[in-house]
Design a protein around this ligand. Sequence first.
Ligand code: PBG
Ligand code: ZN
Length: 325
Amino acid sequence: MELTRRPRRLRVNKAVRDLVHETDVHVNDLIYPIFVVEGENVKTEIPSMPGIFHYSLDQLEIHLKEVYETGVRAIIFFGVPDHKDEVGSGAYDDNGIVQKALRLTKSLYPDMLCIADICLCEYTSHGHCGLIKGDKILNDPTLELLAKAALSCAKAGADIVAPSDMMDGRIGRMREVLDENGMQDTLIMSYSVKYASAYYGPFRDAADSAPAFGDRRSYQMDWRNKKDALVETELDVMEGADILMVKPALAYLDMVKTIADEFPLPLCTYSVSGEYSMMKAAALQGWINEKAVVMESMTAMKRAGAKMIITYYALDVARWLKEEQ
Ligand code: PBG
Ligand code: ZN
């Protein structure tokens, strides 16, 4: 048969495939989420997320060594406080659990890039991401508390603050407060495009942050839409965000591509708890090849345009990448 074009030539053997391949996942792309709790000697596995734990600070210290040894150099902290109240004061307490974890981490591993997730939902008794009045989630008064939380975490050592609340105007207010207090070098990674997703289910068990009434649909985005994402992202860029995010990842790769193409800032995607739990559950059943499925998924996120990925699989991916070398 006379075929001028034989695309299969580019796949003829591993050497050729490796030469022409376009997309890689690198250890530098990975951000590993860590849940920290008060107390001592706590290392409790999250039932819906096998392999992911709550750590008290003494256990965190042990875990950080493991993290460091994999080569992962970026982590994002989530706090699960003992005490919750109406106004989420744990989020902006200089002695809050995340603030303490940041100070500890920076004292042990100064070159570990520390990101602090900034939100109120883990700290409020009602589980919403903002202040409430009746059944309304208030926007503007919440901004002051978020900015306070960001400043408190920045002062405790966070290199990056990452607001995940989806209130309007949070990036601008946060930038202003950080700058007024001499924290010009603290980056803001905005959860710019964050959908009201059922994929956050396992995280809410882990962080004990499910809303006590209603849902998050009056602030997180409607997943039937994509135009919204352009408005949200444009506002974040204008208000001073340094890094953008699309969340969740796998079901939203169209949005990853759109935001990567349309905006000239680095883009992160968050492969959320539900994505981890689905892959992990199937893997534990022996129904999928875990490493192959996870690496394929991570590469797809990069191919869609994400520069970096927040994933509960970060340590495994880093180890798998080392094995390949
Ligand atoms: C807090 C926050 C959530 C996640 C990250 N930050 C939960 C939510 O918005 O309900 C989800 C992360 C995950 O599912 O892994 N606002
Ligand atoms: Zn929240």
